[in-house]
Design a protein around this ligand. Structure first.
Ligand SMILES: Cc1cc2nc3c(=O)[nH]c(=O)nc-3n(C[C@H](O)[C@H](O)[C@H](O)COP(=O)(O)OP(=O)(O)OC[C@H]3O[C@@H](n4cnc5c(N)ncnc54)[C@H](O)[C@@H]3O)c2cc1C
Length: 623
């Protein structure tokens, strides 16, 4: 009953944490309340999307499992934002929920060092300031060197359907009790958040004539950089809209809404609002878009994306029937809201280790996030670091300039969150250098150096990067003559002298295919072709970005010792002292991102830091 790493929770965070720890050769135990529900998608049957798709690619580059599972379990793939620049493209896939679960479990079972246990963890045991074991509801203690917690929405979960509420972790599953209390006794603070989901309907009772169909991409893009076969579209989605009748029903039933009667007290996701919120806040709109998404290939059940609600069941049925095409739809499961405990993430180091208890890591929804991808990313980093603690390597902290995962974790541990946090491209100030197509180049060198990906995978990608470099060099060297350009297919304005191919490619209206046809070249591999295009098109911005990055790095490299004493500093406001003492930023850059901490505060900290450095240098010299 002793393991290197114990992971509590078999959701998207727990899968990645245990997978990576097991891959590193550590004896890893995944304890979860229901083994058959490992990898359950609690809400919509989709992975990825704008910014979220980038996270999935980054998880893959760092040796995680989500991208590979999605490539096989996916049944409808669509690269979003293709009419915009590649910096904001985001791959999204509808997944067959059952297949996703099966594959997630298979991935874990394929690792000889991962062990699975069905059961409920009710407490954390500590010894000498570090987590040493978990306590099971059966009374057994299981020891571990590192523990990763990833219990999702289950902690003291309460579901709401209308004015009825009942304890639950997810519909049909019991909540997880006692664990929050065990953690708060150890000194960890907790809070409450809320999220919600939509009703599901029987796809046989839908009138597709009144909806428009949404096909996947003609040639789907894989999520993984090393998928063995291309993903396949095997299903379609449907698009409809709420009607004025829907809005009337909602407005006349707000007195039965747990959100509007004050029954639900916790904050929900502002950017993923319920339909009642959308109608109240944006009432003037004539309809809100709804997507019908298949829950899987061997079921008729469909997810009604955009209709998240916690109104009473009878009202939900009326709501559904008021939507064009759903007049006769049978509801198979009600939508519901759920309130649950979370632990404000400012109590964590950027490694996701607890500041309160060593060797205890927190990941996923319990850190105040929402979404499978955000959860998986944190699980992966927590798992990597839980393993590094044992292996004695350097813990992994990804910078904001390296990845969306870096942005996610830095935001959480520096700013905390008042509502379920989800990722957007706008949260990443360096987004031009965080494209979904180059996540491998950004992160695989780190992953390989840390032993998270194999030499074969790394070498295969290196060949792709070399190919891209070669083509880019060609386009920088090659000049196109006016005869070849002006008579070609491109609608771009004429040139009078020989012009560098890369220069022409930077024109917004010119694509890589125009250039290739003008120089009589072909790049067969679509990924390489578009990668070359994006690298050249963005090269000007990237150069400018590099200057900003340099400034950013200077601040990030100015480290603040973990034990730095803020209370005695003169010239700092009491409020700033309290914030800095609570967050204990690891660098001046992180300190500056704490809400309410001003550049003036940073100057004071900088002054004391350089004084300290000076004193310690003098002490060393005098010794
Ligand atoms: C009603 C609802 C609505 C949602 N709506 C959205 C949405 O609109 N958009 C969105 O992006 N995301 C939504 N989500 C969130 C999404 O499901 C989560 O973000 C994601 O699944 C979190 O992953 P996780 O690994 O942190 O937790 P989960 O996927 O919830 O997994 C938690 C795991 O922990 C296990 N567990 C819990 N307690 C214990 C214990 N004590 N001992 C052992 N095992 C335990 C559970 O069995 C489960 O396997 C919603 C979730 C719910 C429930």
């Amino acid at each position: 009953m002793k393991f290197d790493v114990i992971v509590v929770g078999g959701g998207h965070a727990g899968i990645e944490a245990s997978y990576i720890a097991g891959k590193r050769g550590l004896r890893t135990l995944l304890i979860t309340s229901h083994l058959d529900l490992i990898g359950q998608m609690s809400c919509n049957p989709a992975i990825g999307g704008i910014a979220k798709g980038n996270i999935v690619r980054e998880i893959d580059a760092l040796g995680g499992a989500m991208a590979k599972i999605t490539d096989v379990a996916g049944i409808h793939f669509k690269m979003l934002n293709q009419t915009k620049g590649m910096a904001v493209w985001g791959n999204r896939a509808q997944a067959d929920k059952k297949t996703y679960r099966t594959l997630a479990r298979k991935v874990l079972e394929s690792q000889p060092m991962i062990f699975l246990l069905q059961g409920l963890v009710v407490g954390i045991v500590s010894e000498g300031g570090r987590a040493s074991a978990v306590m099971m509801d059966s009374g057994e203690e299981i020891q571990a060197t590192s523990v990763v917690l990833a219990m999702g929405t289950f902690l003291n979960g309460v579901a709401h359907i209308g004015l009825t509420s009942f304890p639950c972790g997810r519909l049909g599953e019991p909540p997880s009790k006692y664990l929050t209390e065990s953690l708060t006794e150890l000194g960890v603070q907790s809070g409450r958040l809320k999220t919600g989901t939509s009703p599901r309907i029987d796809g046989r009772t839908v009138d597709h004539q009144k909806m428009s169909v949404q096909h996947g991409d003609a040639k789907p893009w894989p999520f993984s950089f090393s998928s063995e076969r291309p993903p396949e579209n095997r299903s379609v989605c449907w698009i409809t809209k709420s009607s004025s009748e829907t809005h009337k029903i909602i407005l006349s039933n707000l007195d039965r809404s747990p959100l509007y009667t004050g029954k639900i007290k916790s904050r929900g996701p502002r950017y993923c609002p319920s339909i009642e919120d959308k109608v109240v806040r944006f009432g003037e709109r004539d309809g809100h878009t709804l997507f019908l998404e298949p829950e899987g290939l061997d079921t008729n059940e469909m997810y009604l994306n955009g209709l998240s609600t916690s109104l009473p069941f009878d009202v939900q049925v009326l709501l559904v029937h008021s939507v064009p095409g759903l007049e006769r739809a049978e509801v198979t499961r009600p939508g519901y809201g759920i309130e649950y405990d979370f632990f404000p993430p400012t109590q964590l180091w950027p490694t996701l280790e607890s500041k309160v208890l060593k060797n205890l890591f927190f990941a996923g929804q319990i850190n105040g996030t929402s979404g499978y991808e955000e959860a998986a990313a944190q699980g992966l980093i927590a798992g990597i670091n839980a393993a590094e603690k044992i292996l004695g390597g350097e813990l992994l902290v990804l910078g904001r300039e390296t990845s969306y995962i870096g942005v996610l974790i830095d935001d959480l541990v520096t700013k905390g969150t008042q509502e379920p946090y989800r990722m957007f491209t706008s949260r990443a100030e360096h987004r031009l250098v965080l494209r979904q197509d180059d996540a491998d180049e950004r992160l695989m060198p780190i992953a390989y150096q840390k032993g998270l990906i194999s030499k074969e995978v790394f070498d295969a990608r290196k060949r792709v990067w070399n190919l891209k470099t070669e083509y880019k060099r060609r386009l920088f060297d090659e000049k196109i003559s006016p005869e070849n350009w002006n008579n070609g297919a491109s609608a771009s304005s004429v040139i009078r002298t020989k012009t560098q191919a890369s220069q022409l490619l930077k024109r917004p209206e010119v694509g890589i295919d125009d250039i290739l046809s003008a120089i009589g070249e072909e790049i067969e591999d679509r990924e390489v072709r578009l990668g070359v295009e994006a690298d050249i098109k963005y090269s000007g911005f990237v150069e400018k970005e590099k200057e900003r990055l340099e400034q950013f790095r200077r601040m990030e490299n100015e480290a603040i010792p973990e034990t730095f004493e803020y209370q005695s500093l003169q010239g700092l406001l009491a409020e700033s002292k309290a914030k800095l003492s609570q967050i204990r930023p690891r660098s001046l850059g992180q300190a500056l991102r704490i809400p309410g901490v001003t550049p003036a505060d940073i100057s004071v900290v900088m002054m004391y830091l350089s004084k300290q450095k000076h004193v310690s240098r003098e002490t060393t010299v005098n010794q």
